[in-house]
Design a protein around this ligand. Structure first.
Ligand SMILES: [Zn+2]
Length: 53
């Protein structure tokens, strides 16, 4: 099973969050150390979807 660091949907920086190939995150508060903010994301099959709300 592969794992990968989640990239920030804005600046593509590596975050401190790791996911596996089959991980599913819904409304996950992803923190980006470069943007210095938390954003809500969904991660499904390795693709990161930014949640505007
Ligand atoms: Zn960022």
């Amino acid at each position: 099973m592969r794992s990968a660091w989640v990239l920030c949907p804005f600046c593509q920086a590596k975050t401190k969050t790791k996911i596996l190939d089959d991980s599913i995150l819904l409304r996950f508060p992803l923190y980006c150390p470069r943007c210095k903010k938390e954003m809500k994301v969904d991660v499904i099959q390795g693709i990161i979807y930014f949640c505007s709300q």
